[in-house]
Design a protein around this ligand. Structure first.
Ligand SMILES: [Zn+2]
Length: 506
């Protein structure tokens, strides 16, 4: 079939004609029947999932895409990007990176917008000022309504992925925005705000009531103010004066916990001064780490305020879970556990798998190993420029490897090019399984073609095969190919499917 024209958003009618008519006719019947057989699922106990956004179905046709996913990837579960304003889960390949060997080979920058790719039903958003509109990227297309029947016919499960990434021009966003250390409004939304919480439960309820889906996968990669102040992640800048949130709702939540909001603000101002001095190489007389630790000892409100963020984030998850179960107890809720969890020991300490397991049916634990090398190196350089500035960075990496129970990974200057190993995937999967104690499922998120820097590791099919095999060997309850089909090479998808099928034979 002809690729669809990307310049103008496609009407829903044209989309459905293209996806259900032309595409099916173009595929041999024997292939279709093979793919549709439930027996094709390699292991009924495992979930073999993939994240995918609306643009792939529009560009390539629903049935054609579903055929590819089933035949090559052994996929039995679709995590359909339904709400986000972010490019990590939605849209074509991000600008500046080569397109994979399928889909439209042209940037979607001219029409990418984001929002709700399904149809928002106003009755579910009565209790919130936050009212994101239908995503205009593909006209009036409702991607859940369009994909669900074709997926169900094949026995595929469908989850709606929803992500906490917004634009500042979303109706209501300014009213519920966070407030930073300097009293400025931020672009992020306050998770203590009742309207924000009502939005998430409203959205999850809307999707579960309006569509015959299998559940929700909730993404929220935001960090608390302590890690943001230190830049103790892989990608973010170190912006210690912009940490959030100090709004009235946070002040009230702090008061309920007996945390002094003025002391917290002063503590973060001290932390800001420490970080800025460290970045300029102005060494405290007792050294960077001792000074940092002294700050935490003298200003315990720093930790307490950081915990407020985590508490609100996890409360939203619990509320989403409860809202979904109110619709139907059999619906499943999953929570994406972000990458920093696997290489930052300070972050790890704030994430108890046993606790998360009480709030979700499954955890999608990020173990992206190819881009993991570049990201882990960035993390080491970030923390090595402040808290651990006295430690040579190569030694810091080795020390951190011991803390994290990493095996024989590459040295710092080779880490981005080498990536992290399949052994990392195995170990992190084992750790998650041990952590949840059987109380929820663990589905490692596997890196398939996540864009990296020019000289950083690009996943080969062998890399994908090895990562999938390692996750399954570790005993995972399944896996989720990530981040989105529109950035994956088909050979990598096929390598994942081969690893799944071979593992099922053992
Ligand atoms: Zn707030």
């Amino acid at each position: 079939m002809e690729p669809n024209v990307p310049e103008t958003p496609m009407s829903r009618r044209k989309f459905i004609e293209t996806s259900s008519g032309v595409a099916v006719a173009a595929i041999a019947p024997s292939v279709l029947s093979q793919a549709a057989q439930p027996a094709d699922r390699p292991d009924k106990r495992k979930t073999i999932g993939i994240q995918i956004g609306a643009v792939s179905f529009v560009d390539e046709g629903t049935d054609k895409v579903l055929d590819l996913l089933q035949e090559r990837g052994a996929i039995d579960t679709i995590y359909l990007t339904t709400f986000t304003y972010g490019r990590g889960l939605s849209g074509r390949q991000i600008p500046g990176h080569p397109f994979p060997d399928h889909g439209v080979q042209e940037s979607d920058e001219s029409f990418f917008h984001g929002g709700n790719y399904a149809t928002p039903h106003p009755e579910f958003y009565r209790d919130t000022v936050l009212k994101p509109a239908h995503a205009p990227d593909h006209g009036d297309l409702d991607v859940v309504a369009a994909v669900l029947p074709a997926a169900k016919k094949r026995g595929l499960r469908v989850f709606c992925s929803i992500e906490d990434v917004f634009r500042s021009d979303v109706p209501g966003a300014k009213e519920v925005a966070e407030v930073d250390l300097q009293g400025r409004r931020a672009n992020t939304l306050c998770l203590c705000h009742g309207d924000v919480r009502a939005f998430w439960t409203g959205l999850a309820t809307d999707l579960c009531r309006s569509y015959d889906i299998d559940g929700i996968l909730f993404f929220n990669e935001r960090n608390g103010p302590l890690l943001n102040a230190l830049g103790a992640s892989h990608a973010q800048s170190i912006a210690s004066s912009r940490v959030t949130c100090f709004c009235e709702h946070h002040q009230r939540a702090a008061k309920e916990r007996g945390v002094d909001h003025q002391r917290a603000r002063q503590g973060f101002q001290k932390l800001d001064q420490f970080v800025q001095a460290a970045l300029q190489g102005r060494r405290p007389s007792d050294g960077y780490f001792v000074e940092f630790w002294r700050l935490l000892v003298e200003w315990p409100e720093i930790i307490a305020w950081d915990r407020l963020f985590d508490a609100a984030k996890h409360q939203v998850l619990a509320e989403v879970n409860a809202a979904v179960k109110r619709v139907r107890p059999g619906l499943q809720v999953g929570f994406h556990v972000e990458h920093v969890n696997s290489f930052n020991p300070l972050f790890r300490a704030t994430r108890s798998y046993a606790d998360l397991a009480t709030k979700a049916d499954f955890l999608k634990v990020v173990v992206y190993n190819n881009c993991g090398g570049e990201r882990y190196a960035n993390f080491i350089r970030n923390v090595g420029s402040t808290v651990f500035r006295d430690v040579p960075k190569g030694e810091l990496l080795r020390f951190n490897n011991h803390l994290l129970d990493y095996g024989d990974e590459a040295q710092l200057n080779e880490l981005a090019a080498a990536g992290l190993s399949p052994d990392y995937v195995y170990r992190e999967t084992r750790r998650a399984l041990a952590g949840v104690q059987g109380k929820c499922k663990v589905l490692p998120g596997i890196d398939v073609g996540i864009p990296t820097g020019k000289n950083s590791r690009k996943a080969s099919p062998d890399d994908t095969y090895a990562a999938v095999a390692a996750a399954l060997k570790a005993g995972a309850d399944g896996l989720i190919l990530s981040r989105k089909y529109s950035e994956m090479q088909l050979a990598n998808l096929a390598a994942a499917g081969r690893a799944v099928r071979e593992a099922a034979k053992r």
